[in-house]
Design a protein around this ligand. Structure first.
Ligand SMILES: Cc1cc2nc3c(=O)[nH]c(=O)nc-3n(C[C@H](O)[C@H](O)[C@H](O)COP(=O)(O)OP(=O)(O)OC[C@H]3O[C@@H](n4cnc5c(N)ncnc54)[C@H](O)[C@@H]3O)c2cc1C
Length: 658
């Protein structure tokens, strides 16, 4: 198991329970994995949400609708069906979830849904989940079923002559020893790649280096261009720190003064002089529209309307000052972060926030087996979560499977833990099909893997030149953030692709600042930078080729504009044309981007998405003319759009957000 975040620990725990020995490899102590930063919560329905009309099907529907239908539906259905049981399991493991006065697990509302569906432990949910899973894994460690390799870095896989993954090569981050680990399967639970964008809300080890390494060794990488930019983070010089969606889930409001750069104390600005733009533009979802939309609106208000609170440093207010002390109490974990890094108390003064790179929907391509009866997954199938390399699996943020074009808040923790848990029966059955164990293979298979990475390290140490890896990283991040995040234009993306090529050349002349053989962090970073450059190209190429708008991928030049009630053309004609355009767009682009590594850069192809359970439909949050569009879509287009609506299909609020 490469990675000891929520996905890796859930997987290790489940495998150990089934009597399967696991080595867990992690660059950090597992309790410091990036998952520890997760703040707001984890989604699933329960008896309380059901009483409000919620259901597993609505959770499923919100997830694929929020993801703009780019998610394969069988895995998402299975995940949302298992949600309640995942929470029950975590509860039994001792996670201190917040409770209602009656003793039920409390829920808050998160983005992209109208239901309070998110279970939480204050605003430090990731930490509480991670520590509980860590306790379980330590228990198995004490019984000899798990061996932890903390402070070891994954360098690459070992594949036998038949193309089957048989282990991996790792490096001790203290002694710099490189060695092989034999394994009958390797699971990548290595998280996301935010550092490619320089500054992000992710932890500083989230380089995507490990994911890039398996991609360079032949694993496919899917939907790389789908990068989530979270609407609310604290701008910072060193990194960007998240102000969780839970702040809005507890009632926080986003606004700007109607007067540009109003110098008054925000608390003295009267209500009618404030522009609550998310509430005004999206009355149904309000401050809790999906993240891609909230982010674009904040950009629009700052960049196009000129209403940023500060003229030169774009930001808007996230206001919690009106909330009662009980709500503040539930958010203490994040309020402390704001106080510490912004130097102001968010209980008494509105916070200043701006969007930041946050999550990668794309990741290592993985397979699944569909259950023909349920439409979900065939649990226990060795295909579930397997990459195109036999014996190599991927789970958690490292894979691409669950979130389509835009992840809903609080769905990641669920997808990580769910995918980790299903690795148990998946691998148990995969092992049954193996004719030979890694332990029986000749030592030469493993020795050549070790040699490859020692040679790589020696080449890096022998480099000379005037370039500086940290400077190159800074330039990469700035170009990626400027041209491959919220609003994308092809000419700008091409500039970034040129920049990546230039940086890749200059990278060859970036020597190690430290060639020592003890805790050489400079080696680790410089090596990862090479891998980031490779993955950056996958992201930028995917973005360049995808000429459409879908979820987090927004190209104004290919946007399908809403209807114009003031036009001479009647609304029905406009709606029909809109639906035509929308159908054409889906015919061409409702596809998974799949990248294969070649020495000339990524080779991209496109695969169909399984939309067999919920037919794709227009995403109408805030869309002008949504009611008429949906009427025409249902009566004239839906039958051709894919599957028949599922029996329990919900009545989705038409034109929600108008
Ligand atoms: C600030 C913040 C708050 C968030 N809040 C929420 C939330 O409230 N709800 C929600 O659903 N999602 C949230 N998310 C998203 C969620 O936290 C992550 O998607 C999720 O925790 C990822 O878990 P993971 O197990 O896949 O990876 P990680 O937790 O990132 O773990 C990756 C593991 O891989 C190891 N690793 C990586 N590279 C190597 C290598 N080369 N060699 C060895 N080991 C390696 C690391 O050491 C680590 O153990 C948040 C994200 C951020 C940034």
């Amino acid at each position: 198991m490469i990675g000891g975040g929520l996905a890796g620990l859930a997987g290790a725990m489940k495998l150990a329970e089934l009597g399967i020995g696991v080595d867990v490899v992690s660059m950090t102590p597992v309790k410091r994995s990036h998952s520890v930063c997760a703040q707001g919560g984890i989604n699933s329905v329960n008896a309380t949400t059901r009483a409000q009309g919620d259901s597993e099907h609505l959770h499923f529907d919100d997830t694929v609708y929020g993801g703009d239908f780019l998610n394969h539906q069988p895995p998402v259905k299975e995940m949302t069906d298992w949600g309640p049981r995942v929470i029950d399991l975590l509860d039994r493991l001792g996670v201190p979830f917040n409770r209602t006065p009656e003793g039920h697990i409390d829920r808050r509302r998160f983005g992209g849904t109208l239901y309070k569906r998110t279970a939480f432990a204050g605003a430090t949910t990731g930490q509480q989940l991670l520590y509980s899973l860590d306790e379980q894994v330590r228990r198995w460690e004490s019984e000899g079923a798990v061996k932890l390799y903390e402070w070891w870095e994954f360098l690459g896989t070992i594949v036998d002559d038949g193309g089957v993954c048989r282990g991996c090569v790792i490096q001790d981050m203290f002694s710099m020893e490189i060695r092989a680990l034999k394994a009958d399967a390797v699971v990548m639970a290595t998280g996301g790649c935010g550092l490619i964008f320089g500054k992000s809300t992710m932890s500083m080890i989230c380089t995507g280096g490990a994911n890039s390494r398996v991609y360079q060794e032949g694993a496919k990488y899917a939907n790389g261009e789908f990068i989530q930019v979270h609407p609310t983070a604290i701008p910072g010089q060193d990194k960007l720190r998240l102000m969780s969606e839970s702040a809005r889930g507890e009632g926080g409001r986003v606004w700007v003064p109607r007067t540009p750069q109003d110098k008054r104390d925000p608390r003295s600005i009267p209500e009618k002089e404030r522009y609550y733009f998310l509430e005004e533009r999206y009355p149904t979802y309000g401050n809790l529209v999906p993240r891609d939309i909230a982010t674009r609106e904040i950009f629009d208000v700052c960049a196009n309307l000129g209403l940023s609170v500060e003229k030169d440093d774009f930001c808007v207010y996230l206001d919690l000052t009106h909330l009662p002390p009980e709500a503040h109490h539930k958010l203490e974990g994040i309020l402390a972060i704001y106080e510490k890094f912004a130097g102001a108390d968010p209980r008494v003064a509105p916070m200043k926030i701006f969007p930041a790179v946050h999550y990668s929907m794309g990741g290592i391509w993985v397979d699944y087996e569909k259950d023909a009866k349920t439409g979900g997954l065939k649990l226990g199938s060795p295909k579930n979560q397997m990459t195109n390399v036999p014996g190599l699996y991927a789970i958690g943020e490292a894979d691409y499977q669950y979130h389509g074009a835009n992840r809903l808040g609080a769905n990641s923790l669920l997808s990580c833990i769910f995918a980790g848990l299903i690795m148990g029966p998946t691998l148990e059955n995969y092992f049954k099909s193996l004719k030979q164990s890694a332990a029986d293979l000749p030592a030469s298979v493993f020795d050549r893997g070790v040699k490859k990475h020692k040679d790589h390290m020696d080449r890096l140490a022998a480099r000379s030149g005037n370039e500086n890896a940290y400077k190159l990283h800074d330039e990469l991040g700035k170009s990626m953030t400027a041209n491959c995040t919220v609003v994308r234009y092809n000419d700008k993306i091409k500039q970034t692709l040129g920049k990546i090529d230039e940086l890749s050349q200059r990278y060859q002349h970036a020597p190690l600042a430290d060639t020592g053989k003890w805790t050489n962090q400079n080696l680790s970073f410089t090596r990862a930078l090479g891998d980031m450059l490779v993955l950056a190209k996958v992201i930028a190429m995917g973005a360049l080729q995808r000429d459409e708008c879908r979820g987090a991928h927004y190209k104004p030049d290919f946007d399908i504009q809403g209807l114009d009630p003031g036009s001479k053309e009647n609304m029905t004609t406009q709606a029909r044309r809109w639906c035509d355009d929308f159908k054409r767009r889906n015919d061409q682009w409702l596809k998974t981007t799949v990248a294969i590594h070649t020495t000339d850069g990524p080779m991209l192809s496109y695969e169909d998405v399984d939309t067999s359970l919920i037919p794709p439909r227009p995403r109408t949050y805030g869309l002008k003319g949504a009611e008429e569009i949906m009427r025409i879509w249902k009566t004239e287009f839906q039958a051709d759009a894919g599957a028949a609506p599922a029996a329990k299909a919900p009545s989705v609020p038409v034109g929600a957000g108008l």
